[in-house]
Ligand binder design. Sequence first.
Ligand code: UD1
Length: 367
Amino acid sequence: MKIKIMNIVGARPNFMKIAPIISEMNKHAEFELKLLHTGQHSDDEMSRFFFEDLRIPEPDIYLGIGSGNHGEQTGKIMIEFEKVLIAEKPDLVLVVGDVNSTIACGLVAVKLGVKFAHVEAGLRSFDRTMPEEINRLLTDQISDFLFITEKSAEDNLLKEGISRDKIHFVGNVMIDSLLGNLDRAQNSKIFTDLDLQPREFALLTLHRPSNVDTRENFLEILTALQEIQKEIIVVFPVHPRSKKRLSEFGLNKKLKDMPNFLVQEPLGYLDFLKLMSEAKLVLTDSGGIQEETTVLGIPCLTLRENTERPVTVLQGTNEVIGVNAKRLVTESRKILNGTFKKGKRPDLWDGNAAKRLVDVLVESFKT
Ligand code: UD1
């Protein structure tokens, strides 16, 4: 009898994590794989293009949930996923990251008695106003397998009463994707398209509700960018949430006064990777980008009050600087002047995390 595994994706940051896991699982004839996409993200730029860039197989099941308030989105996923799970009866459900699809599918799986694995477990910002922090905490409480990317995660999980034998330090699967695609990203035409030169631009991403859902905070960041773009071109691929807010808050006209501020549609994986790898600096509120810049050795300023990925600050090239305009300008200038710390690559961020993860599953299903 084959071991049936249902892998789950829902939103953009899930795709680069699931890709190497699927590819590794495919090497094992004892596994039968199903890929389920909740459709939390549905735009081509946020979803389909990533399947193409990362060579992820077409989902076997697509729930088409789309966006909505948290309760609505999470609830809809649960209702639809339960029907699928009852019909498919997998031996294991595997989720990645911390989005609403992660916790929604986890709740359904464990209540139906299906074994449940969480990839990227144990990360904590200790900020419970972040929706992702709630998703992380709850998902970890109900998981049978907790795959962690950094040692701090183990301490967090042990403090929360998770037993040590469920925790597996395998490294960072998202970095498997990065290292595995860096060569392919060299073929990207993004430098020609945007008329850019290596190291002569900054790259900005913003989508956290705490930054873009209040006019005051969004404006604070734009005020800093108005200064920074006088010194270096700033490329800004805009997340749909941020795009909406810019219009709602009447901030688009402010962008027009910034000639060196290049506002773009969301970019595909390979184009973004190419830009990130050759940026002078990266400004972001994303979780994953803090890790990717650490591996690439590119200075990263995180526009948040905290990070759930402390190894990127302790060992990597990341600094968490909050959302104060003055500080943002000062810290950016430091990087432009060449004074920024050098980082090192964290343990097990070596391109082999998915292999270690799948080995754990193979071993556990033997017994
Ligand atoms: C979600 C995740 C976040 C992750 C981010 C990456 C949760 C709680 N948050 O946030 O952790 O970092 O994805 O993008 O799960 N939208 C579109 N098209 C899309 C996707 C979204 O237009 O394909 C718009 C929707 O109208 C929605 C807004 O963007 O109102 C936010 O989408 P949602 O999935 O609710 O959360 P994200 O902010 O993307």
